[in-house]
Design a protein around this ligand. Structure first.
Ligand code: CU
Length: 169
């Protein structure tokens, strides 16, 4: 009986450790979902925050690679500074699936509505779909969003430290 119990515990630990993408995705989504109450309240107060319609980029498009290999999982560059109106294009280089998900509590106040509107085909609020193919890309316009720091992560690889920052000037 004792041995059986121990076996179950070990088994559970292994499931947790090897849960992989789906489990991490659940955790990340839950974590990201908590703050929006405050964020949307803030967005509602600021009339200039965006109407919910996407705004096309008017400036430069910057490229960020999504990389996963023997050296780890990362965005390259992980930290990028752009101007308002620029766009960022994430390109899948290796180690999919990858995506782009913003922490709702780690973007400027009032940013969520317009940023969300500027994100094509979101899987959930401020979260891009998952990308599985090399050279697949995803572009977000940073037009109409407030200046500041936007922190984001890859849902499947957050636990492996795949995260980045866009600073909008
Ligand atoms: Cu990833």
């Amino acid at each position: 009986m004792r041995n059986l119990g121990r076996g179950v515990i070990v088994g559970l630990a292994m499931v947790t450790a090897c849960g992989g993408g789906a489990k991490n995705a659940d955790t990340a989504t839950t974590g990201a979902a908590a703050p929006p109450a405050g964020a949307s309240a803030a967005a509602g107060t600021g009339a200039a925050a965006g109407t919910g319609a996407a705004q096309a980029a008017t400036g430069q498009t910057h490229e960020v690679k999504m990389v996963g290999d023997a050296n780890g999982y990362k965005y390259d560059p992980a930290n990028l500074t752009i101007k308002r109106g620029d766009a960022v294009r994430w390109v899948l280089v290796s180690g999919p699936p990858h995506n782009v998900s913003f922490w709702t509590d780690s973007i400027p106040a009032n940013a969520a509505t317009q940023l969300g509107a500027n994100m094509p085909n979101p899987m959930s609020p401020l979260t891009s779909p998952l990308f599985n193919n090399v050279n697949e890309s995803y572009t977000i316009s940073f037009a109409g969003v407030p200046a500041g720091t936007y922190k984001y992560f890859c849902t499947p690889h957050l636990a492996m430290g795949m995260r980045g920052t866009i600073t909008v000037q």
